[in-house]
Design a protein around this ligand. Structure first.
Ligand code: ADP
Ligand code: MG
Length: 440
């Protein structure tokens, strides 16, 4: 009698996407410039970079005048840029398929398409706002995975924003008010030129986050001003914790109709309630408000937004109070933070309905493997999840998620670690005589 037996299953390998040091980004975009535009055309004026972001909590709240709490990824998008003497815009990216070219005469919404709209759109929005921006050549490379809901689009826009700002001497990046103007230009580029109706969270994060901090954003009055954008110390390492990011590799696209559909549902609900935005709903009277809505889909959408704003406020309070008390990790606060993350995901899955099987699985597997809390991050419909994990559990949680994906037959996910990192800025100054590195 033959005995059937299954061969031992080897654990799938865990793919980590490391952050780059500035030197790697600088070398890559300089080299690409030489290849594409030719060394004879001269060096760029410099290299600039901007980070992707992880939103800790507060999802689909920015366009409802609510609260969000992002941190910047250590993963950045690098841009080498040189003003040209004509009205041409020529761009090349290691993540783009070909040279992307336009002229100032052709650069207007609806008349251009493709990845370059995010970059050239920033130049267009700055000119629309009255700033003097001419033609330019630029090359791009990025450590931020594209389309993973870690905001490669805002990283690209913000890297161009600070590059154009210094190459054309606009002087905006030096002050918070100026940076807010750059945020507005980036958002216009994304909304009007690229056609993605996102709400401003991503660009605020890329332009304002700082290492060791989370950025508490209040969109009640639109793009947050100095008072509404507050850096909160967020020392995960001191509490023995880290944020594990899972790129589910389930592709997402914010330019398809789903994101706009959610925005419209919120707007229609606000209109039928006779209020300017869902922020005006008092959480204490949420049940009564929901009873006055007749559309069951609107009920779900509104319930998510109102409870998510509340959860975000609570999470900000926890972070503000500190994850370390008297030199030791504060387990009550850490557990509370994790529970809020879990509730956020469940609401995005059941009420806002923006998760997919891969992100639900990544969250479930992270929780089962010991994460303190886990949720999808970003707009949803694929993309990434995050887990709050003890440092000693990182490898195990990642291995469990990879194993569960393999068992389900999904494309293998990728993993990133995200200590809260710094904002958009310059990495390399180039002038007639010398090149000077600005960042380590
Ligand atoms: P996310 O911002 O979550 O990564 P989006 O759909 O908002 O996803 O933006 C991804 C798009 O942004 C890409 O499809 C591409 O058009 C553009 N993009 C972002 N980074 C780059 C890059 N380094 N090179 C070329 N295009 C990029
Ligand atoms: Mg984006």
């Amino acid at each position: 009698m033959s005995q059937g037996h299954t061969p031992p299953q080897s654990a799938p390998s865990v793919e980590w996407l490391p952050a780059w040091d500035a030197g790697r980004g600088i070398d890559s975009v300089m080299e690409l410039g030489n290849t594409v535009f030719g060394a004879h055309t001269g060096a760029p004026s410099g290299v600039w970079s901007a980070p992707g972001r992880v939103n800790l909590i507060g999802e689909h709240t920015d366009y409802n005048q609510g609260l969000c709490l992002p941190i910047a990824l250590p993963h950045r998008t690098y841009v080498a840029l040189r003003p040209s003497t004509n009205e041409d815009i020529q761009l090349a990216s290691r993540q783009g398929t070909q040279l992307w070219c336009t002229t100032w005469a052709d650069l207007r919404p609806g008349n251009v398409s493709g990845w370059g709209t995010y970059a050239a759109g920033v130049a267009w929005a700055l000119r629309e706002a009255g700033h003097q921006v001419g033609g330019f050549d630029a090359t791009v490379d990025s450590a931020v995975p594209l389309g993973a809901s870690l905001s490669s689009s805002a990283a690209l826009e913000c890297a161009f924003a600070v590059a154009l700002d210094s190459a054309f001497n606009l002087g905006l990046a030096e002050t918070p008010e100026g940076r807010r103007e750059l945020v507005a230009a980036c958002r216009r580029a994304e909304n009007d030129m690229a056609g993605a109706p996102t709400g401003g969270l991503d660009q605020m994060a890329s332009m304002f986050c700082q290492a060791g901090h989370a950025l508490a954003l209040d969109f009640r009055e639109g793009i947050p001003d100095a008072e509404a954008a507050r850096l909160v110390p967020f020392d995960l390492a001191a509490a023995g914790l880290t944020i594990l990011v899972v790129d589910s590799r389930a592709p997402h696209a914010l330019v398809d109709g789903q994101y706009a559909e959610r925005r419209n549902a919120c707007q229609s609900a606000a209109e039928s309630l006779g209020i300017a935005s869902l922020r005006e709903i008092n959480p204490a009277s949420l049940d009564a408000t929901l009873e006055s809505l007749t559309d069951p889909v609107q009920v779900k959408r509104v319930r998510h937004v109102v409870t998510e704003i509340q959860r975000t406020a609570e999470f900000i309070d926890v972070v503000q109070a500190g994850l370390v008390t008297n030199g030791a990790a504060d387990q009550d606060r850490i557990t509370h933070a994790g529970a809020l993350m879990n509730a956020s995901h469940d609401s995005l899955r059941d009420d806002y309905q923006v998760t997919v099987p891969q992100t639900d699985l990544a969250v479930d597997a992270s929780r089962a493997a010991g994460a303190i809390g886990a949720r999808m991050t970003g707009g949803g419909f694929g993309g990434a999840t995050i887990a709050l994990v003890r440092q000693e559990d990182v490898e195990r949680v990642a291995a469990t998620v990879a194993q569960e994906f393999a068992s389900a037959g999904y494309t293998a996910p990728a993993f990133l670690e995200s200590p809260p990192s710094g904002s958009a800025g310059r990495d390399l100054v180039v002038n007639d005589r010398a090149m000077r590195r600005v960042t380590p």
